[in-house]
Design a protein around this ligand. Structure first.
Ligand code: SAM
Length: 347
């Protein structure tokens, strides 16, 4: 579908300003696992977690059969569009998109420099940014498309509100923002498993991490007042080997089962340290949960939420208020003037 795309003749991929080198001194270890210091991010950032993210990336591509939902294909193919991937991680999405759309420019930012620092396509740049602490280092209306994926275990609910306002701010009028997230929401039947899941959700909320984040994303985009129509797509993803072989859901389910177990293993350290689970107890909860998913064919759910920035509403409101005051002033002035004119004529 995309093979016809080639850089235009006048395309100059090198017009990026040189960026500061990344600081690698932000990691610490718990046992053998590597973490980013001073963040709310619950997952490690090491090779094992990169492999998991890579697997997830491939599964989600098969679930959606594309890399995005916003109608930006034409814009990116035409060339010259600017795209930002917020919290890009090892940057599979950024790199694949940059190869599909070589005439557009891609910027990936992440607090951890786990993106490729030296070898990368010419239309890609990466920057180390802690968005929660510093916001986005770009002017208002800079990017045609801003993408963010899989931050459910990275931000508190307060962080989300701020991050979304930043993402919406740097998106151009006429451009799109898009989020892809998983909600921790499973239609569990067995009482004991439901209790364990509910305890997990309560623990997350105690630390201000919202397990069912997709409605909040919609709400925070709406609250910026610049995105009147918000689109929300959902996919139910099988969690075991019980899908339909013909349309790939069998393979997707089989791999998603691996991803969920792998995710549970990778948040285990934080569950023990922060949420007071003991190791054996956590393993039993995960085993029981996986059995339940398999036995009752329970679906996982992923969401894409995207919206077009229609106007700078604040500007419009300000302009509207100004015009309205001007009109009132004029009519007041004309009221004041009229009697004078009349009286002069009478004289
Ligand atoms: C689960 S990974 C997802 C990576 C990528 N978006 C993907 O879908 O493949 C989450 C990423 O968010 C980054 N992250 C977490 N908190 C962040 C922050 N405050 N500022 C910037 N990046 C952050 C982490 O370093 C990690 O690379």
């Amino acid at each position: 579908m995309y093979r016809h795309l080639k850089p235009e003749k006048n395309y100059k991929p090198h017009d990026y300003v040189p960026l500061p080198p990344p600081n690698f001194d932000i990691f610490h270890y718990k046992g053998e696992r590597k973490y980013i210091s001073g963040l709310n991010h619950l997952l490690p950032v090491d090779d094992d977690e990169f492999d998991r993210i890579q697997h997830q990336h491939i599964i989600y591509y098969h679930v959606w059969r594309n890399h995005f939902s916003a109608p930006i294909h034409e814009l990116l193919s035409k060339g010259g569009a600017k795209v930002l991937d917020v919290g890009c991680g090892p940057a599979m999405w950024t790199l694949e998109m940059a190869s599909l759309y070589p005439c557009s420019k891609f910027t990936g930012i992440d607090v951890a420099p786990i993106y490729p620092v030296e070898i990368k396509p010419l239309n890609v740049e990466f920057l180390q940014v802690n968005i929660v602490k510093h916001g986005l280092p770009y002017d208002d209306n800079t990017f045609d498309y801003v993408f963010s994926r899989l931050k459910g275990f990275s931000y508190t609910i307060k962080d989300w509100k701020f991050v979304i306002s930043e993402i919406c701010r740097v998106c151009k009028v006429g451009g799109y923002v898009e989020f892809m997230e998983k909600d921790v929401k499973f239609d569990i039947r067995k009482e004991s498993t439901r209790k364990a899941l509910s305890r997990f959700e309560k623990n997350l909320r105690r630390k201000n991490i919202e397990p069912i984040i997709s409605p909040k994303i919609e709400q925070y985009i709406r609250e910026t007042n610049n995105f009147p129509i918000i689109n929300h797509e959902k996919r139910d993803v099988p969690t075991g080997e019980w899908g339909d072989n013909e349309n790939d859901t069998y393979k997707i389910g089989k791999n998603n089962d691996v991803i969920i177990k792998w995710g549970a293993k990778n948040i285990k350290n934080v569950m023990i340290e922060v949420f007071d689970y003991d190791e054996k107890q956590w393993d039993l909860i995960v085993d029981d949960f996986m059995k339940e998913l398999d036995e009752h064919h329970i679906y996982d759910n992923i969401h894409r939420i995207y919206a077009k920035k229609e106007t700078e509403r604040k500007e419009e409101v300000r302009k509207h208020k100004f015009n309205f005051s001007l009109l009132r002033l004029r009519s007041l002035l004309s009221c004041c003037k009229k009697p004078k004119k009349k009286s002069s004529k009478n004289n």
